[in-house]
Design a protein around this ligand. Structure first.
Ligand code: GUN
Length: 285
């Protein structure tokens, strides 16, 4: 069994990104919009900001109270679209209940859409002409590529169909390129006999947000496990820890490769956001 060390892979991935950022006359500027105080979002956004700053990317976090209207928030996005000094805009999810996330994703200028959630960017990806690609799926491809894990002809089972992970990831892995050409199964909350599918996976990618949901009985020996889940569980009163969707201790002995949580997909997602910010800058200059 080999551990896919996302932190180390992200560090290596960011070296040339930093070099290119430092060579620019003017640094790229990333604006992250966060609504409310969801603890996980606070932590993710802080990580994005500190990583950006370490590379020389200017990073601004704008925090809004949950009482802000969607309309007023939309106006802020439009102002940032019009600001030539802003190169990347990210609307952190989850958003307040009842908001139309797609209306907001589509309001971000498509060339500033560092999340890759805009309909135009997803459309380009669906056409096989990726431009700005969602960070977690792009990061997962980098983890596989860096670990020399072939996807060509392999059966990849993705559990989760969100616009953030499952859907763009399926488009990437099915496309005709070095880190694609896989045979895909997409499972989701309505899938019956889920483990019948996951047991067939050469590569199992889970993004369902259920702590330690997949145990030894859910995989076949030799599987490659990419665990996107980041779930906080209580281990004893007053003490919590982060675990993935996969029961690491049970599955790791069976797996050929596995990503740990934390330290797997998370760091590479943030690294990909930095690469997207640089790409967005170049698309606009
Ligand atoms: N919430 C969890 N992951 C993400 C992400 O990659 N982008 C945004 N905008 N929100 C998220």
């Amino acid at each position: 069994m080999a551990i896919i060390d996302g932190s180390a892979i992200a560090r290596a991935f960011l070296l040339p990104v930093e070099e290119k950022v430092r060579a620019l006359k003017k640094p790229p500027r990333l604006v992250v919009l966060r609504v409310g105080e969801d603890p996980a979002s606070v932590a993710y956004v802080n990580k994005k900001k500190t990583t950006a700053q370490a590379l020389g990317i200017e990073s601004v976090v704008e925090v809004f109270d949950v009482s802000i209207s969607q309309k007023a928030f939309l106006q802020r996005i439009k102002a940032l679209n019009a600001d030539a000094n802003v190169h990347g805009i990210l609307v952190q999810t989850p958003l307040p209940l009842g908001w139309d996330a797609y209306a907001l994703f589509n309001a971000v200028h498509p060339l500033k859409d560092v999340d890759g959630f805009h309909a135009e960017n997803i459309g380009l990806l669906a056409q096989g002409r990726p431009r700005l690609v969602a960070c977690t799926p792009a990061g997962i491809l980098e983890l596989l590529c860096h670990s020399n894990i072939q996807t060509h002809g392999k059966h990849v089972v993705i559990v989760g169909r969100s616009v953030i992970v499952g859907r763009p990831l399926a488009l990437l892995l099915a496309a005709d390129h070095r880190q694609g050409n896989a045979t895909l199964t997409i499972c989701h909350s309505q899938t019956q006999n889920l483990f019948d599918f996951t047991r067939q996976a050469d590569i199992l990618i889970s993004a369902i947000g259920k702590p330690r949901f997949f145990g030894a009985e859910a995989v076949k020996p030799g599987v490659v496990v990419i665990d996107v889940g980041i779930n906080r569980i209580q281990v004893e009163p007053g003490r919590t820890r982060l675990v993935g969707d996969v029961d690491y201790d049970a599955v790791a002995p069976l797996a050929a490769y596995i990503t740990p949580v934390p330290g797997g997909v998370g760091p590479m997602t943030v690294a990909q956001l930095m690469a997207n910010t640089l790409l967005a800058y170049r698309l606009q200059i």
